[in-house]
Design a protein around this ligand. Structure first.
Ligand code: NBP
Length: 513
C-alpha cells in the first residue's frame, strides 16, 4: 500500500481493539492495524476482507511492525491504543513516541488510571506529541456498534480525533434520549446525537470513565438486592422475577442493566433445565475500577458509600466457603415469617414488589448523586471544569449504565449547571419525596427478614444524612477533643475558630504490671 494513506492507526487487536477497528472502518475510515503477535493481525485481516466493508469506503491495512503503521498514516497521525492498562500501555507508548512526530496524536482507549494519563500526557507534551486518554464504554458490543466515548486531553488533540470518535459513538434521539439501535456490519446508524464529547484536560476522560464504572458497580448491586428481595421475601420464581424486571424496564427504571437482568432471569440452564441464575456460583469477581472510585472518594473526602458498598458486596460474595460455614453457626430471623413481615408492611405481594421497584429507583438516584458529587470534587481539585450535563448526555447510549433517567440528569444540569447535588433538583427531590415511604418499608422489611441490602441501606443512610441539618458529629467532635485534644468548633462561633475543653478526666485505676 502507498505510504500515508490510512486515516487512523489502531494497536492491540484483542476483543476491544478488533471491534473498535471494525466500527471505525464501517464509518468510511481506512484503519492501519497492528498487534504484538502478528498471527492475531493476520487472522483479523483474513476474517474481515475489503468486501465486508461494502460501499462505506473504509477498510483495514495490516502492519507487522510499529514503524509500518506509523508510515501508513496520514498526518497529523492519529493512533489508538487498545491494550491492557499499566505497563503494556507504557510499552506501546514508548515504542511509538520514538517513531512519530510533533503534532501527532496518541489515543489511549484502555481503562487507564487517570493519574497515569496525566503523567503520560505531560511526558508526551514535552516531546510536542498530543495525547488523548479516552474512556471507552459498552464492552465488546459497544466497541463494535457504538460505544460511549469520554475523551480527555488538550482541545487541539480532541479536534484531531473528533471526526472519528463522533462517527463511531453510539447515537441517541436528542428528544427522548433513547439510544438509536440497529447498527449492523457495514451499516452504521444515521443521525442522532453522538455519545462522545470532550470531557476536559489530561486525565479527565479516564477519570469520568472510572466513575462511570463505579456507578455501574452500584447499579448492578442494587439490581441484585432487588432480585433477592423479590425472590426471598416476595416468593417469586426466577422467571416471575424476570417478568417483574421486564415490566420495570418499561417505566422509569428503563435501562440496559434492567433489560439484561430480565433476559438472564428468564434463561434456563441448557444442562439441567433449571433457571440459569440458580446454577451460577454466587461469588463475584472484579477488575478494579469500582475499587479505584471508592479509594478516590475516600481520598477526596466525598461520601461515596453506596459505590464502596457495591465493591465490598463483591468481596463478601467471594468468601463463599466462609459464608457457607457461617450459615451453620450464625443466627438470623426465622425466614418462615418473611411473608408475614411482607404482608404486615405492604398488604400484598404485588404491592411489596412494586415498592421494591420504587426503592431501587430511589437508591439509584442516591448512587448517581454520589458519583456526580465525586466528579465535582475531582473537577475542582484538578481544574477540569467538567460539564455534568454533557457527561449525562454521553452516558445515555452505548455504555453499560445507559438508562432513560440519564435524560433527567441532563435536564437537571441544564436547569442549573452549578447544581450541588442531584437530590436538590426538583425532579429528583419530588421522586424521592413520593417514593421514600415504600423505600423505607422495603429496607425495614428486608432488615427484619434478614436479607442483606448493603446498597439499598447505604443509599438511604446517605439520603437521610444529607437531609439532616444536625448530625451526631457534635458528639463525635467532643469525643475527639476528650481523648486526643483534637479541638472542636462551636455552633455559636465562626467555623474557622477551634476550641478545647479542659476535660475533668477522672482518676483512672492503675494497671498492675
Ligand atoms: P487486553 O487488555 O487483553 O489487551 C491485550 C492486547 O494488547 C493483545 O492483543 C496484545 O497482543 C496487545 N498488546 C500489544 Br499490541 N502490546 C502489548 C504489550 N506490550 N503487552 C501486552 N499486550 C500487548 O484487550 P481487551 O480486553 O481488548 O482490552 C483492551 C483495553 O480496553 C484494556 O485496557 C481494557 O481494560 C479496556 N476495556 C475493555 C473493555 C471490555 O469490555 N473488555 C471495556 C472497556 C475498556 P498479543 O496478541 O500479543 O497478546
Amino acid at each position: 500500500m502507498p505510504e500515508a494513506m490510512a486515516d487512523v492507526g489502531l494497536i492491540g487487536l484483542a476483543v476491544m481493539g478488533q471491534n473498535l477497528a471494525l466500527n471505525i472502518a464501517d464509518h468510511g475510515f481506512l484503519v492501519a492495524v497492528h498487534n504484538r503477535t502478528k498471527a492475531r493481525t493476520d487472522a483479523f485481516i483474513q476474517a474481515n476482507p475489503a468486501e465486508s466493508f461494502g460501499a462505506t469506503g473504509g477498510g483495514l491495512v495490516a502492519c507487522d511492525e510499529l514503524g509500518d503503521l506509523v508510515r501508513a498514516l496520514k498526518r497529523p497521525r492519529r493512533i489508538v491504543i487498545m491494550v491492557q492498562a499499566g505497563a503494556a500501555t507504557d510499552a506501546v507508548i514508548d515504542g511509538l513516541a520514538g517513531l512519530i512526530e510533533p503534532g501527532d496524536c496518541i489515543v489511549d482507549g484502555g481503562n487507564a488510571h487517570w493519574e497515569d494519563t496525566i503523567r503520560r500526557e505531560k511526558a508526551l507534551a514535552e516531546k510536542g506529541l498530543l495525547f488523548v486518554g479516552s474512556g471507552v464504554s459498552g464492552g465488546e458490543e459497544g466497541a463494535r456498534f457504538g460505544p460511549s466515548l469520554m475523551p480527555g486531553g488538550k482541545r487541539e488533540a480532541w479536534e484531531i480525533l473528533e471526526p472519528i470518535w463522533t462517527a463511531i459513538a453510539a447515537k441517541v434521539d436528542p428528544e427522548t434520549g433513547k439510544p438509536i439501535e440497529g447498527a449492523r456490519p457495514g451499516k452504521p446508524v444515521a443521525g442522532g446525537e453522538a455519545c462522545a464529547a470532550y470531557i476536559g484536560p489530561d486525565g479527565a476522560g479516564h477519570y469520568v470513565k472510572m466513575v462511570h464504572n463505579g456507578i455501574e458497580y452500584a447499579d448492578m448491586q442494587m439490581i441484585c438486592e432487588a432480585y433477592q428481595l423479590v425472590r426471598e421475601m416476595g416468593g417469586l420464581t426466577a422467571e416471575e422475577a424476570g417478568e417483574v424486571f421486564a415490566a420495570w424496564n418499561r417505566g422509569e427504571l428503563d435501562s440496559f442493566l434492567i433489560e439484561i437482568t430480565a433476559d438472564i432471569l428468564k434463561q434456563r440452564d441448557p444442562v439441567t433445565g433449571q433457571p440459569f441464575v440458580d446454577i451460577v456460583l454466587d461469588a463475584a469477581g472484579q477488575k478494579g475500577t469500582g475499587k479505584w472510585t471508592s479509594i478516590n472518594a475516600l481520598d477526596m473526602g466525598v461520601p461515596g458509600a453506596t459505590i464502596a458498598e457495591a465493591v465490598f458486596a463483591r468481596c463478601i460474595s467471594a468468601l463463599k466457603d466462609e459464608r457457607v460455614l457461617a450459615n451453620e453457626i450464625l443466627y438470623g430471623p426465622d425466614t418462615s415469617n418473611s411473608s408475614t413481615i411482607r404482608d404486615d408492611l405492604f398488604g400484598s405481594r404485588d404491592s411489596f414488589v412494586s415498592a421494591v421497584g420504587e426503592a431501587l429507583y430511589c437508591a439509584k438516584i442516591c448512587s448517581y448523586a454520589q458519583g456526580f458529587q465525586l466528579m465535582a470534587a475531582a473537577s475542582e481539585h484538578y481544574g477540569w471544569s467538567l460539564d455534568f450535563g454533557s457527561i449525562a448526555m454521553i452516558w445515555r447510549g452505548g455504555c453499560i449504565i445507559r438508562a432513560r433517567f440519564l435524560q433527567k440528569i441532563k435536564e437537571a444540569y441544564e436547569r442549573d449547571s452549578g447544581l450541588r447535588n442531584l437530590l436538590l433538583d426538583p425532579y429528583f427531590t419530588e421522586v424521592i419525596a413520593r417514593s421514600q415511604g415504600p423505600w423505607r418499608r422495603v429496607v425495614a422489611a428486608g432488615a427484619m427478614g434478614g436479607i442483606p441490602m448493603p446498597a439499598f441501606t447505604s443509599a438511604l443512610a446517605y439520603y437521610d444524612s444529607y437531609r439532616h441539618a444536625v448530625l451526631p458529629a457534635n458528639l463525635l467532635q467532643a469525643q475527639r477533643d476528650y481523648f486526643g485534644a483534637h479541638t472542636y468548633q462551636r455552633v455559636d462561633e465562626p467555623r474557622n475558630k477551634s476550641f478545647h475543653l479542659d476535660w475533668p478526666h477522672p482518676e483512672r485505676p492503675q494497671i498492675e504490671m
